[in-house]
Design a binder for this molecule. Structure first.
Ligand code: SF4
Length: 364
């Protein structure tokens, strides 16, 4: 599978390290390089662009500077710090792992097995920590490195399979050299600035072009090879912005599944017309002064797509909160801003409602 001579493998390594030395991005966790900084930044960077991560990272570290602070943080505050990054289980797992670390005697984990035993740490994050914190020879094989490696090798296998991951990891290990931290970070930076996806690769500027099989064959865009995914499930949702006296209704989602345990705008998994919506509210003894259509949009998760139609419902009065467990609540704008981590699936609705509230206040 490895197509290069020993000498070429060494040259590829040197080109990557030189690229990192001359072009490496300046990122706050890189200056620190300690366990907590690398771990946090790697978890935040999953599914999120690096420019976005930097602000979140700085805010998070300022609020929770030590692993002990993370272990003790109250869940609402944690999710507020994470608001907008999505995939909130990542934040919950960070806290769970911090609690394990704080309650374990001895030094922080520094082996693959010990890291993989922590909540939320998978092969990629374990490899990133081992290489960047402990300088051990592990390849942090994420989508970026997969792109560069499959192009260098013109690798034909489907990158979704375990065999492909093993092949690409072996290739990475054959070029990793004596500085695994700079190697992985250099490749991450090169993947993001030069070996870019979707027709944006800047091969002319690439230090690896003399070795790159895909470039030589003029097939850069054919790699990585990915088997077609199943289409996403489409769910039609009708959501109700139930409002009165500057407050908006939220309810907690079920403890398991999508957006588990988070606040949501209440509604039903059905496409309702305005007439249906009126009928359903009255059937549930929810009396309103006025109802009108609100924003409609799509929100895409990895396996599900929500097609949302909202209805803005000016209630006759705030219903008594029926549920003593606090699973349904009416929040003011200030409370939403300070206390509620609004999942991005509902942000357009909350923004819409807040804008209307501001206008209403202006009129008073
Ligand atoms: S030559 Fe092009 S495809 Fe090959 S590694 Fe460099 S940027 Fe990627």
């Amino acid at each position: 599978m490895i197509l290069f001579t020993e000498k070429e493998l060494k040259e590829i390594n040197e080109k990557i390290l030189l690229y990192y030395e001359e072009n490496g991005r300046s990122l706050p966790w890189r200056d620190q390089g300690d366990f907590y900084s690398v771990w946090l930044s790697e978890i935040m960077s999953q599914q999120t662009r690096m420019e976005v991560v930097v602000d979140y990272y700085l805010r998070f570290k300022e609020a929770l500077p030590e692993i002990e602070d993370l272990a003790q943080v109250e869940e609402g505050r944690l999710l507020k710090l994470w608001e907008g990054l999505g995939y909130y289980n990542r934040a919950r797992n960070l806290k769970k792992a911090a609690q394990v670390l704080v309650n374990s005697p001895g030094p922080l984990p520094s082996t693959y097995e010990d890291l993989m035993a922590l909540p939320g740490i998978g092969p990629y994050t374990a490899a990133a920590i081992l290489s960047m914190v402990y300088h051990k020879p592990y390849v942090a094989l994420d989508g970026n490195l997969i792109r560069v490696f499959t192009r260098l090798l013109a690798y034909e296998g489907d990158v979704g399979t375990a065999q492909s991951k093993r092949d690409l990891e072996d290739f990475g290990l054959s070029i990793i050299g004596q500085d695994p931290s700079s190697f992985n970070q250099g490749l991450m930076d090169l993947a993001s600035a030069i070996c870019r996806p979707k027709g944006q690769a800047l091969c002319g500027d690439c230090p690896l072009k003399d070795f790159c099989q895909a470039y030589k064959k003029d097939q850069v865009e054919d790699f990585p090879v990915k088997a077609k995914k199943k289409p996403r499930k489409v769910v039609h949702r009708s959501l109700f912005l139930l409002t009165k006296r500057g407050r908006l209704a939220f309810r907690k989602r079920p403890k398991k599944g999508l957006l588990a345990g988070q606040w949501e705008i209440p509604g039903l998994d059905q496409a309702l017309t305005l007439e249906d919506a009126k009928r359903i509210l009255l059937e549930r003894d929810i009396f309103y002064e006025e109802i009108q259509e609100g924003p409609s949009y799509k929100h895409i998760f990895s396996h599900v797509e929500w097609r949302i139609q909202s209805y803005l419902v000016d209630l006759k009065d705030l219903p008594l909160v029926r549920d003593s467990a606090g699973e349904e609540r009416y929040f003011s704008s200030r409370e939403i801003q300070e206390e509620v981590a609004v999942p991005s699936a509902f942000s357009p609705l909350v923004d819409f409602w807040m804008e209307r509230e501001e206008k209403n206040e202006g009129r008073l």
